[in-house]
Design a protein around this ligand. Structure first.
Ligand code: NDP
Length: 270
């Protein structure tokens, strides 16, 4: 568990649900919960909140043991729209509260994220959100938020994997008391054939995917790998019985190429 700046906690390793079809979502999330994942990441834009909530509510696991994140889509920024969109998400999830609600992208060209944040602060004060955070925010967006609002985001969920290590953003987060959450922690599969990751993994009897996830854990990132495949859901959670040495961490550090898979947060409007 990783402590957040508002006194709540988040499991360091959770389960991502981007690009999981609604018809596959229930089984994937149910399997993740069986395996031991206790944190699930979804978003209004993923179109599967209803199925995520169904699996959570059908699991029989005490709600207090689970951590659920969802996100506000770009077209719903602005005070009134954000409140309505949050209520729709909560209703689709079938929950009384979410643990973490994120602004999905800053969309700086529309300049609505400060107003949106203020609406989220109110929803949090109502008790329907435990923690509020952001996603894909650059340092300039964090600065603007700090100027216009009272609450420091609990997390910033950003693209982060061995080919895009985000050293500068991790430092900026540490200075501000924001936890770094890595999306596409496995680089969406683009590094599975990397020789360095393969060699380090085989030295521990682990795959390249497990090696990457272990690297995230040792860096202190929160992360949320996605899979629809039961064996991969299991193996992505089986990373607690080995440790990467300093030399292995340094070898992975040398893979940073600054390569983004996703869009540029300064430009993306959705
Ligand atoms: P990941 O880096 O988690 O990679 C997922 C891909 O890797 C899938 O194709 C999956 O295929 C495959 N895979 C997973 N585990 C293994 C394994 N052990 N061996 C081989 N292949 C594997 O990508 P995501 O983009 O899904 O990122 C993770 C989560 O981050 C998302 O699901 C979402 O919750 C969040 N996210 C947030 C964004 C944001 O803007 N805030 C943007 C993008 C993602 P298969 O399913 O067939 O196993």
């Amino acid at each position: 568990m990783i402590g957040l700046n508002d006194g709540t906690r988040i499991p360091q390793l959770g389960f991502g649900t981007f690009q999981i079809d609604p018809e596959d979502t229930g089984a994937a999330v149910a399997h993740a919960l069986d395996v031991g994942y206790r944190s699930i990441d979804t978003a209004a834009a993923y179109g599967n909140e209803r199925e995520v909530g169904g699996a959570i509510n059908g699991s029989g696991i005490d709600r207090a043991e689970l951590h659920v994140t969802t996100k506000l889509w770009n077209s719903n920024q602005g005070s009134d729209r954000a409140t309505t969109a949050f209520e729709e998400s909560l209703s689709k999830l079938g929950l009384d509260y979410v643990d973490l609600y994120l602004i999905h992208w800053p969309v700086p060209s529309r300049d609505l994220y400060v107003e949106t944040w203020q609406a989220m602060e109110e929803l949090r004060a109502d008790g329907r959100i435990r923690s509020i955070g952001v996603s894909n925010f650059q340092e300039s967006h964090l600065d603007r938020l700090a100027d216009g609002a009272d609450t420091v985001p609990a997390v910033n969920q950003i693209e982060l994997h061995p080919a895009l290590q985000q050293r500068r953003m991790r430092e900026a987060h540490a200075q501000r008391g924001i936890v770094t959450e890595a999306w596409s922690p496995l680089a969406q599969g683009q590094l599975f054939d990397d020789e360095t990751l393969g060699e380090i993994g085989s030295g521990h009897g682990k795959s390249a995917a497990q090696t990457m996830l272990r690297w995230h854990m040792q860096l202190g990132n929160v992360t949320i790998p996605k899979s629809v495949n039961p064996e991969r859901i299991e193996s992505n959670f089986d990373i607690w019985d080995f440790e990467l040495s300093q030399d292995e961490m340094a070898a992975i550090e040398s893979l940073d190429a600054g390569n983004r898979i996703g869009p540029d947060p300064d430009e993306f409007t959705g």
